[in-house]
Write a protein that binds this ligand. Sequence first.
Ligand code: ZN
Length: 188
Amino acid sequence: MAVLPIRITGESVLHSEAAEVTEFDDELRTLVDDMFDTMREAPGVGLAGPQVGVPLRLFVYNWTDDDGILWRGVAINPELWISPTPVGEADDDEDSEGCLSVPGERFPLIRAQRAILRAVDLDQNPFEIEAEGWLARIFQHEFDHLNGILYVDRLEEQYDKPVAKAIKKHGWGVPGLSWLPGEDHLED
Ligand code: ZN
């Protein structure tokens, strides 16, 4: 098993558009294995290529819903369709989102309730998942990573200052920073 360092906001790979995966080889398989290891160790419910410094369009996810169903897989070259985003104010509890590239912080963000994910797996077999609720949120969050967007980029204006403050407090927002799950213990 290999746990990879997770890049922290400020690193350019997190703020750039990722490229399509074209080589479905052993190297890709190893990367996906390592991404699962890294996500488990973090722990997190999703992890995108750019977060481990790989500017490719893929993410892994691992989340158990309220009915006990495990949603786990890798989405390569995904497309995502979402329902209209509800209007209103984000709820501090229900909409509280976090990101392994902004570790230890959480801010509320309203997301679309439903999403359709289409992607291929490691064998290039296409699949489709109709997601609702938190799974739909995970897909939106991870898909954004492939376009260089972090959830903190999407927050309502009132959170601009708290986010800037948090980033400054940790000394983030500059290139070259990462943390290693299992080794580095992050404080809130
Ligand atoms: Zn994230």
